[in-house]
Design a protein around this ligand. Structure first.
Ligand code: SF4
Length: 522
């Protein structure tokens, strides 16, 4: 055997050893109804054509590689941002295993989240029993200070009423005053960003709706910030840093940076950091509330405006140069605090970096995808660098978003040829990059399969993937980076321009052929 104790190989390169190749070939020939490789190649080639693209875009009843996740996943992330809070999902345990592993793979951290494991009987008779026992068990076993409840499809399909079920559980003995905010998060509408929004609104509602007496905007001298579905931990930190440098008292409503980045010091922390319940209760007393991802927080906006009576400042996601400028000036306008010299200096450094690198990015064509605000901010930053987004895909955006993005793109000469696709998936994106080739794709890890397919067609067709987005499963620690503020723009610029230079090196290292351009200095 080629696998020995002295030399244990992982599946690659092990399965490339002769005996494994032979074994797998035998299996294929004798036991699998294998399709003729020539036929596979023929179909593959057809899937790269304009004809196939047209058919692909007529697809209605099937989603392939959707470029989004489901609502409760977002609800879980939102809940993790509150102090000693246990996310609890009313529904099937398989879904919750998926949420935990999704986050484990992205953050490389254990993620606390429980399910009340509804099975066949609950699907028929409703999940009240599961809720009653589940809340008791979750509290006794994991000792949270708050349990934030959301739902899976199964509970939604049978119409379980969380308010009634939680109240019944409390009547049956679960402590009345134990905090149990909740949100219905049906996965057959919306996406993970809607789930985040719903859960946040549920938490804000639970702690403030009936206790508004005596509360008034401006009373506590702070501003609130609602991040929305945010997986770059550096983004939470950079917002704190910029506001601290400005001397702006603030509350970040949902901050999972500690619990998703705990140190390995021998002590397991199921809970760490997070926004406190007192901070949520005090949130209506803030001067106002900034929504960092405004396209993804519609329900929150309605609640904050309607109940807290906050005039939410109109601002884009603070991503790239101009929108970070605008955001900081808006904060300055609301709080009366000037932009400090430290941020002006940081801005100057970003401008310097952009001038250093823009010649490598100018005219480069990009395909990008992700969540609405991220995609909007990234497209804006690419335009600031003179790069050309040519395909923008966002599964979970609406027509208003597409219109707003169109006007952003139309303001720059390099954005005019860009096509915007909403409600589409990554199989559509695959067709787009085959039929109108960009130089690079920017998106989550799932794009690596599009890169593989383009390479399979031939070296000249390969479209490299730059990993910025969510989820990123196949690279380590990128979730700790920053995409917001000047610092975030620096990170994105560094990542993108070095990917361009890496690609150029790949193409020019042919000895005696292309290496006349294999330069030491770029
Ligand atoms: S889409 Fe529905 S069934 Fe699938 S993981 Fe999400 S909640 Fe569960």
């Amino acid at each position: 055997m080629s696998q020995t104790v002295e030399n244990i190989k992982p599946s690659y390169p092990l399965f490339r050893d002769e005996e494994y190749k032979e074994n797998l070939a035998n299996k294929k020939a004798k036991y699998e109804e294998a399709v003729d490789p020539a036929k596979i190649q023929e179909v593959f080639e057809w899937t790269t054509t304009e004809e196939y693209k047209t058919l692909n875009f007529q697809r209605e009843a099937l989603t392939i590689n959707p470029a989004k996740a489901c609502q409760p996943l977002g609800a879980v992330l939102c809940s993790l941002g509150f102090e000693k809070t246990l996310p609890y999902v009313h529904g099937s345990q398989g879904c919750v295993a998926y949420f935990r592993t999704y986050f484990n793979r992205h953050f490389k951290e254990p993620v606390a989240c429980v399910s009340d494991s509804m099975t066949e009987d609950a699907a028929v008779f409703g999940g009240q029993k599961n809720m009653t026992a589940g809340l008791e068990n979750a509290k006794a076993l994991y000792k949270p200070d708050m349990i934030a409840v959301s739902t899976t499809c199964m509970a939604e399909v049978i119409g379980d009423d969380l308010n009634a079920f939680i109240n019944n559980a409390k009547k049956a003995g679960f402590p009345q005053d134990f905090p149990t905010p909740f949100a219905h998060t049906p996965s057959f509408v919306g996406s993970h960003v809607t789930g985040w929004d719903n859960m946040f609104e549920g938490i804000a509602r639970y702690f403030t709706l009936n206790t508004m007496e005596g509360k008034e905007p401006g009373k506590n001298g702070k501003i609130n910030l609602v991040p929305g579905f945010e997986t770059y931990l550096g983004n939470y930190r950079v917002i704190h840093r910029m506001l601290d440098e400005m001397g702006v008292a603030h509350t970040l409503l949902s901050d999972p940076t500690e619990v998703l980045d705990t140190p390995a010091d021998g002590e397991f922390r199921m809970y760490a950091g997070g926004t406190t319940m007192d901070e949520v209760k005090d949130a209506p007393n803030a001067t106002t509330t900034f929504l960092l991802q405004p396209w993804q927080l519609e329900k929150t906006k309605k609640f904050v405006e309607g109940t807290w009576k906050h005039e939410i400042p109109k601002a884009n996601i603070p991503m790239g140069l101009e929108w970070t400028d605008e955001w900081l000036m808006k904060v300055s306008e609301v709080t009366g605090q000037p932009i400090p010299a430290s941020l002006t200096k940081e801005r100057g450094r970003l401008v310097d970096m952009m001038m250093d690198s823009h010649t490598w990015l100018h005219g480069k064509k990009f395909a990008i995808w992700g969540d609405p605000d991220f995609v909007m901010g990234l497209a804006k930053f690419l335009l600031e660098m003179g790069a050309e987004p040519i395909h923008i895909l966002c599964n979970n955006a609406n027509k208003r978003w597409a219109k707003a993005l169109r006007s952003v793109l139309d303001k720059a000469p390099c954005g005019k040829d860009c096509e915007i696709h909403i409600g589409n998936d990554l199989w559509h994106m695959r067709s787009l990059v085959f039929t109108n080739k960009p130089d690079f794709m920017i998106g989550n890890s799932y794009g690596k399969f599009i890169q593989r397919d383009t390479l399979h067609k031939g070296q000249a067709f390969e479209v490299p993937l730059i990993r910025i987005g969510f989820p990123i499963f196949d690279r380590h620690h990128l979730h700790r980076m920053t995409t917001l503020g000047y610092e975030g723009a620096m990170y994105m610029l560094t990542t993108i321009v070095n990917s361009v230079l890496e690609r150029l090196d790949d193409e020019t290292r042919g000895m005696g052929t292309t290496d006349y351009n294999y330069d030491l200095v770029r």
